[in-house]
Design a protein around this ligand. Structure first.
Ligand SMILES: [Zn+2]
Ligand SMILES: [Zn+2]
Ligand SMILES: [Zn+2]
Length: 258
């Protein structure tokens, strides 16, 4: 069993965008209101979030999250880490610690940004108490195998994550990605559900465009694909009509039971 709840599906500025009066930013459709991108993953024996954006507190309350056993970080851009401090409510009852899984680069940046929490000399009781785990290959949380997929996203070292159970590649989450390296594509063969970040329609230097996302979905041919990390380029209802039947736009609060 694995369930994914989209806590946020917006690109770095969120939707609506501050000071924008476009049709999507003015839309009354709740699916056009996008907080910063993050997912909550629940399995039979373990629950975790991927990234903690600036609105993590609001997202945790909105999704009524009661349990976070670990946090996985894709990378350390502001839209993915700025809610880190609100993890303090989820530390282990005994030790107060919360396991953090990330690349070396991302761990270093988290350490720099949130030094008060990582540094045991300055950490007060009640602060979030991270337990860093360096990700340099596949690892497990409960009965789920997690494979980091290094992807190209400008100069940042970024992971997508593939979640496998009982030999099945259930779902892959690639939020910030221009291209997937050949090893990653190999790892994604046979994935059943694919989640891709496609912030805009026009080609972008560090992200997959909408057309590039459609092309990757066609190449990997999962059963279903969801686009996330979306900007105000996409009105939900109108965009859904353009998409092939097995590709959908994700929206905040959407839950997938896989
Ligand atoms: Zn992002
Ligand atoms: Zn707008
Ligand atoms: Zn990014």
């Amino acid at each position: 069993m694995l369930a994914i709840t989209f806590l946020g599906t917006g690109t770095s500025m969120g939707v609506p965008v501050i000071r924008c009066s476009c049709e999507v930013c003015q839309s009354k459709d709740p699916r056009d209101q996008r907080l910063r991108s993050s997912i909550y993953v629940q399995t039979a024996d373990c629950s975790w979030v991927v990234d903690t954006g600036a609105e993590f507190r609001i997202q945790a309350l909105r999704a009524n999250i009661q349990r976070v056993d670990a946090v996985l970080y894709t990378h350390s851009h502001a839209d993915h880490v700025m809610g880190f401090d609100d993890l303090r409510r989820f530390g282990s009852v005994n030790s107060g610690r919360i396991p953090i899984y990330a690349s070396k680069d991302t761990l270093q940046n988290l350490h720099r940004i949130f030094s008060y929490a990582f540094n045991s000399e300055t950490r007060f009781a009640g602060y979030v108490h991270p337990e860093p785990h360096l990700v340099d290959g596949a690892f497990s949380l409960g009965n789920t195998e997690i494979h980091p997929i290094p992807v190209e996203h400008g100069r940042a070292h970024v992971f997508g994550f593939l979640f496998r159970q009982n030999g099945r590649s259930l779902v892959a989450y690639l939020s910030d990605c221009k291209t997937v390296y050949p090893e990653g594509l190999e790892c994604l063969e046979g994935v059943e559900t694919l989640i891709l970040g496609t912030p805009c329609r026009r080609p972008h230097p560090t992200h997959m465009s909408f057309a590039e996302g459609v092309a990757l979905a066609e190449r990997l041919s999962p059963r279903r694909t969801f686009f996330t990390h979306l900007s105000h380029d996409f009105g939900h209802a109108a965009t859904e009509k353009e998409l092939p039947g097995n590709i959908s736009l994700a929206y905040d609060g959407l839950r997938l039971d896989l």
